[in-house]
Design a protein around this ligand. Sequence first.
Ligand code: HEC
Length: 257
Amino acid sequence: MKPASPDMAWMNLPNLPLSVKVLFSGYLLAIGLGLCMAGLQIMLTHGMADGKPGLSLDDIVYSYYGDRSGSQIESKLNGSMKEMGTPEARLDIVRWVRAGAPEADWEPRLKDIFGQHCVMCHSTTPNLADFTKYEEIKKLAKTGEGASIQTLTRVSHIHLFGISFIFFFVGFIFSFAVGIPKWLKVTVIAFPFAFLIVDVISWWATKWIPGFAWLTIIGGFGYSVASTIMWFVSMYQMLILSRNGKVYGNVWEADSK
Ligand code: HEC
């Protein structure tokens, strides 16, 4: 067997051949733009989940766990529908809704209450739910449950497959970086994968226990920071550091010592 070429001194980010530099930096540019767009999208979708701009713990809780503070019926009965029924009728409705709006109690008791106080509008007015129908009320009596299992499985596998691809190539490029202690390089390459897994697990955990929402923040923050570091170091070494004309030698060989 022929021993590995002792030189291959070009095998490091500053000394890579121009063609490979174009390939690597082109990829990093496109990926960088993609990551900014992903960040923007998170702000525009999850960021608005609690009705206020900006990403907060509440947004994450609402997205995955849901707003379980009450159903739409209950919040309307405390809001714009407050004057519609007597206090007793409102209390009866709220109790029934909180019990999960069981169909067994619908006829005749609840149907009568809705009939007396609500259906003069809610059955005749187009665009308003028809409160003579149990199914329509049942829909409004549901509390928010956050992301469904179907959504979670779909988003989880897309994230795990897709994003690990990104981290694989970003880490691969970064593995050619010079002048970085081996332990640090290994850590920065491993971090995004670890945080990605933490992130995905945290969505599932938050679906049942809202306290896990902070883990989503840590996960997302962790892999953004690690990949940003790799991005900037790689770009800097390929495009700027290389101008000093120095020969750095084979990095992979140096790292394997
Ligand atoms: C005088 C007419 C009127 C009566 C009586 C009335 N509502 Fe409404 N309701 C409306 C209007 C108009 C809207 C849409 C505007 C809004 O959401 O405030 C509405 C909206 C709602 C909504 C939001 C869902 C939807 O269909 O748009 C709920 C829930 C609701 N009402 C519950 C009730 C309940 C429960 C009662 C009986 C205690 C009641 N309403 C009595 C006129 C009425």
